[in-house]
Ligand binder design. Structure first.
Ligand code: HBI
Length: 371
């Protein structure tokens, strides 16, 4: 159904993650999503402002910089960890400011993976939607997500079906599947891999990324694997080097987007051997944007990005032999198809189009319920 194009531009407030200021890299994929939304929604003519912890880089639109104590990452702590706010919480301060300025906006998009914004949804005059950035991690968050879904079935967005499914116990939780998007102009296409060939791995150096399998792949193929990402767990990294003395792993550090894309473009393939349900896999679309095919375990978001046999390979999870087989077939992938797929599905325009449709439906539903 083609929606009427006579849509009023929306006034949108994007509320960022409280774990770190924009540009610090602490916010991981949320920073990339936020940048893409500012860029894409702005290009569609909407007015976009951002709310983020003080010290954030400028992101084009107006950024409300909020002082306060950063929030501990939800990735740390047990499932039954209670929701908690530190003294002087920046998350609380951000949402106090959202409440103060909400009438200047038609809709608020929350990008924080936190209990408070979910709980506050019903108390806000302006509709709040939640772009959930990770799979199920924590019981308090799961129940807050379910409560929003019960009261407002159209307010939850996720990157992938696999991520959304991780919240569904016996009762499905309604999520809008939005995937993600990147500024494709920032990525240069490499139509052929560097010679001699090498593989790539991108992501925080942390156990859920499954680098032990990447090391094993390197040992079995004799290929070098260049590893980019924030060194979050140096003990884990050292353990991998100790356990795989004949792996050729080259740690290349954490690079900001423009340098990363220039660096990964020469890879024969990007390897995704993750052990957790990766919510999406931004690195997969970033690699594909540079022409690099993706070989991924059949687990989580990346399986919804990679077109098996066309933009890479999806192999049995935790099966290193299958990774080896895929590496040996990588010449069968036409690298330009990887780029084209990103331009079709994962550009900022494609993401913004999906989000704009979502916001329009939410705003129309709220306005008709108020009429
Ligand atoms: N933890 N408490 C909390 N809040 C967030 O918004 C958050 C997080 N951990 C990681 C994170 N966001 C992002 O890096 C990922 O969603 C990508």
């Amino acid at each position: 159904m083609t929606e009427p194009t006579n849509r009023l531009p929306l006034r949108i407030l994007l509320v960022s993650t409280p774990v770190g200021p924009l540009g610090s890299g602490i916010g991981g994929g949320v920073e990339l999503t936020l940048h893409s939304l500012v860029y894409g929604l702005g290009a569609l003519g909407h007015h976009v402002e951002v709310m983020a912890p003080a010290g954030s880089l400028h992101v084009g639109a107006k950024v409300h910089q909020i002082e306060g104590t950063l929030q501990v990452s939800s990735q740390i702590g047990a499932r039954d960890e209670p929701a908690q706010l530190p003294a002087g919480s920046v998350l609380a301060a951000m949402w106090n400011r959202v409440a103060d300025i909400q009438d200047d906006f038609d809709v608020v998009i929350n990008l924080a993976y936190d209990w408070l914004p979910l709980f506050l949804t019903r108390f806000m005059r302006v509709p709040v939607v939640h772009f959930i950035s990770m799979g199920s991690l924590n019981d308090a968050m799961d129940s807050a997500i379910r409560e929003v879904a019960d009261r407002y079935p159209d307010r939850l967005g996720a990157h992938s079906r696999a991520q959304a499914a991780s919240f569904c116990g016996d009762v499905p939780v309604p999520f809008r599947i939005l995937a993600n998007g990147i500024v494709t102009d920032r990525y240069d296409v490499h139509l052929s891999a560097d010679d001699p060939p090498y593989l790539g791995s991108v992501g925080r150096i942390s156990p859920e990324k499954g680098l032990e399998d990447v090391a094993e792949l390197s040992s079995r193929t004799g290929m070098t694997v260049k590893v980019w990402g924030m060194m979050q767990d140096p003990v884990y990294w050292q353990q991998i080097l100790d356990d795989h003395p004949d792996a050729h792993l080259e740690y290349c550090g954490f690079l900001p987007t423009d340098e990363l894309q220039a660096a990964i473009g020469g890879c024969s393939a990007l390897i995704m051997a993750h052990k957790w349900v990766e919510a999406f896999g931004n690195v997969a679309i970033e690699a594909m944007a540079t022409g690099v095919p993706v070989i991924t375990y059949d687990r989580g978001g990346p399986t919804e990005i990679v077109v098996d046999g066309e933009t890479g390979y999806i192999v049995a999870a935790d099966d290193v032999d299958a990774l080896v087989g895929a590496v040996q077939r990588i010449e069968g992938i036409e690298r330009i198809r990887c780029r084209q797929r990103v331009e079709e599905e994962y550009s900022t325009a494609a993401l913004a189009g999906r989000v704009e449709q979502w916001l329009h439906e939410v705003v129309v539903a709220v306005r008709s319920s108020q009429a």
